[in-house]
Design a protein around this ligand. Structure first.
Ligand SMILES: O=P(O)(O)OC[C@H]1O[C@H](OP(=O)(O)OP(=O)(O)O)[C@H](O)[C@@H]1O
Length: 236
């Protein structure tokens, strides 16, 4: 009782000195709000044909069993600011917010017990150094807490100097993704993937080239199925 009261007072004082602000509009958050204010949270676009298109593309791979994602992304909508906060502003709490939203809104397809291992999409080395973290790994860790399975960055790797997908068209994205990724050379580690059910995690799916290229690598390791989680599906 005293401990709970002390904790509340502590949180109040911390908020006074370091006010918690909305990851999207940056207004001060109310006590009950976490990471995103209620107004922005309701404005984040949910369903759109883009989801169905992305799902169709990914489910074209025989290994991919599901796509889960709570939001739709466009440069002109608030999901853009949400992804920017996660990817470039170090706003790690966005990852928990995204996973929590997917869970409470029934957008998380695999059930606990359906997943053995979570693998985040790796980011390129110089971008990792500049950002200090991999946004997909933050999402992966939030999902790992929900599924109670490990999230590992040690299996899928990205060549240093490989290009970002951002400025490329559809065909160039496919080629770029196929050349960007590789598997760890630790054979024993890779053998451990045989028969495993993987949740592949990223911030965004646009053409699906990144996720399909990584699924091809996972197929070489004998994984039994792949599920995909992304924070948002991009409208192109
Ligand atoms: O579905 P796709 O068409 O493959 O595009 C989606 C990918 O593109 C972006 O990453 P990018 O390669 O730009 O790297 P970054 O995260 O370092 O910016 C994004 O984070 C996804 O990983």
């Amino acid at each position: 009782m005293i401990w709970a009261k002390t904790k509340r007072i502590g949180a109040f004082l911390t908020d006074l000195i370091f006010p918690r602000t909305c990851a999207i509009c940056r207004v001060r958050l109310a006590e009950r709000e976490h990471c995103v204010c209620m107004e922005c949270a309701t404005k984040l676009p949910r369903h759109a044909p883009a989801f169905v298109h992305a799902e169709e593309r990914l489910l074209g791979s025989p290994l991919i069993r599901s796509l889960s994602s709570p939001f739709i992304y466009q440069h002109t909508n608030p999901t853009y600011d949400l992804i920017i906060a996660l990817k470039y502003r170090g706003y790690g709490e966005v990852a928990d917010f995204v996973v929590r939203t997917a869970l409470t809104e029934g957008q998380l397809v695999p059930q606990p017990g359906d997943i053995d291992l979570i693998l985040p999409v790796p980011i390129e080395g110089t971008r990792l150094e500049a950002r200090g973290y991999n946004q997909a790994a933050l999402l992966g860790e939030a999902l790992a807490r929900h599924y109670a399975v490990p999230c590992s960055e040690g299996y899928l790797l990205r060549h240093r100097g490989s290009h970002s997908q951002t400025a490329l068209n559809r065909d160039a994205r496919r080629e770029n993704a196929q050349a960007a990724f590789y598997l760890t050379d630790k054979t024993e580690r890779l053998q451990g993937l045989r028969g495993k059910r993987i949740l592949l995690v990223d911030d965004l799916v646009t053409t699906g080239s990144t996720l399909l290229a990584l699924t091809d690598l996972l197929e070489q390791c004998g994984v039994s199925e792949v599920h995909v989680f992304v924070a948002a599906v991009a409208v192109r």
